[in-house]
Design a protein around this ligand. Structure first.
Ligand code: NAD
Ligand code: DAU
Length: 338
């Protein structure tokens, strides 16, 4: 199989690229990535010399660059990860989020339609459902009630992607995953931020009362789910991808403190995120029934593997922190990170 993967230098996309090439089920993987602050070629270094790997630095909003790549490579499928993925950034600065997540997806869909690409997997998020009232776990028919510019941009791009199946019969499937964690995640997201702050004895900024619930999915499980949808998913369908592990944020932070051997006194309650969704929880029943996929990594093992990775890869974190990441935090969150 020949794949064009967008956002393959980011956290999840790079895991997918590494997995596809090292497991050998993709013969060729073209990584199409703009390299924003979140894109890092170090994340794909393990496969950089693989004969089937090619990197193209370009923007998914650039129709000419997209078309050129597709004409040159003629992939069997596009797997679309590229996005502005951080909710807090989308609140401070929505414009690039709408541009990449909505207009960029439109550019890719148009190219896929015109060049008759056989398969398109649009990687989306459980955030499109907004806060999910207990005791329900959302299935794919749960109403879309996006709360942030990020989640609204993803909900819009989901609908656009599905319309390309309904109208033009582009073979699109949409995946909606819960919160991913694991190695190579940019340390602006909860788990890697808390681990790297704990390792440096810095305060751990918990938003509001810390009782917001997120469902945690190990990144490698997510990538196997995307492979399953790519190979066995039906066109025009949405598939939830959850980790079966809903936990309050404060409990996650306490587990990180335990795993790093640091004191609870590092926890610092800070101002809540505006429009903060209270609870995410998904059912995977449809994906499991249609493809056999189920998450394999339980949270205790996945979290320990993640803590170990960040402990052994402090230099990776330092390099990232010395760049745009730090400037963003200095501008917006210095009062929170102490
Ligand atoms: P990330 O922020 O780590 O990586 C995003 C990648 O996209 C980066 O390599 C970046 O350079 C690239 N990119 C951004 N704008 C681009 C553009 N205009 N053109 C080309 N490349 C561009 O993101 P992630 O956490 O790996 O998320 C990947 C996808 O998965 C996103 O679509 C996100 O919405 C979705 N998702 C993420 C999670 C999560 O917990 N992280 C959960 C569910 C779904
Ligand atoms: O649910 C899937 C989504 O998960 C993805 O679509 C997004 O791309 C991804 O960024 C993630 O969004 P969240 O907003 O849930 O992730 P984040 O790691 O930013 O925050 C997780 C929870 O932790 C959330 O309730 C906010 C809280 N939080 C986060 C940070 C960064 C804190 O309490 N303190 C923090 O410093």
């Amino acid at each position: 199989m020949k794949l064009l993967v967008t956002g393959g230098a980011g956290f999840i996309g790079s895991c997918f690229v590494r997995t596809a090439l090292t497991e050998g089920w993709a013969k060729r993987v073209v990584n199409f990535d703009k390299l924003t602050y979140a894109g890092n070629l170090e994340n794909v270094a393990p496969v950089a010399e693989h004969p089937g790997y090619r990197f193209i630095q370009a923007d998914i909003c650039d129709a000419e660059a997209v078309e050129k790549a597709l004409r040159e490579e003629v992939p069997d499928a596009i797997v679309h990860f590229a996005a502005e993925s951080h909710v807090d950034r989308s609140i401070h600065s929505p414009a690039p989020v709408i541009q990449t997540n909505f207009n960029g997806t439109f550019t890719l869909l148009e190219a896929a339609r015109r060049l008759k690409i056989a398969r398109f997997v649009h990687v989306s998020t459980d955030e499109v459902y907004g806060s999910i009232e207990p005791p329900h776990d959302a299935d794919e028919s749960y109403p879309l009630r996006a709360s942030s510019p990020y989640s609204a941009s993803k909900a819009g791009s989901d609908l656009l992607a599905l319309s390309y199946y309904t109208t033009y019969k582009v073979s699109v499937s949409v995946t909606r995953a819960s919160n991913n964690y694991g190695p190579y995640q940019f340390p602006e997201k909860l788990i890697p931020l808390m681990i790297s702050n704990a390792l440096e004895d810095k305060p751990l900024p918990v938003y509001g009362d810390g009782q917001q619930v997120r469902d945690w999915l190990f990144v490698e499980d997510h990538c196997q789910a995307i492979k399953a949808v790519l190979e066995k998913g039906r066109a025009g369908e949405v598939y939830n991808v959850g980790g079966n592990c809903s936990l309050p944020n404060l409990e996650v932070v306490e587990r990180i403190l335990k795993a790093t051997g640091k004191p609870a006194s590092l926890i610092q309650q800070v101002t809540d995120r505006p429009g903060h969704d209270r609870r995410y929880a998904l059912t995977n029943a449809k994906l499991t029934a249609e493809t056999g996929w189920a998450p394999q990594v339980d949270f205790t093992h996945g979290l320990q593997a993640t803590v170990d990775w960040y402990t052994w890869n402090k230099a990776w974190v330092e390099r990232i922190k010395s760049g745009e990441y730090l400037r963003f935090y200095e501008l917006n969150y210095s009062h929170r990170v102490g």
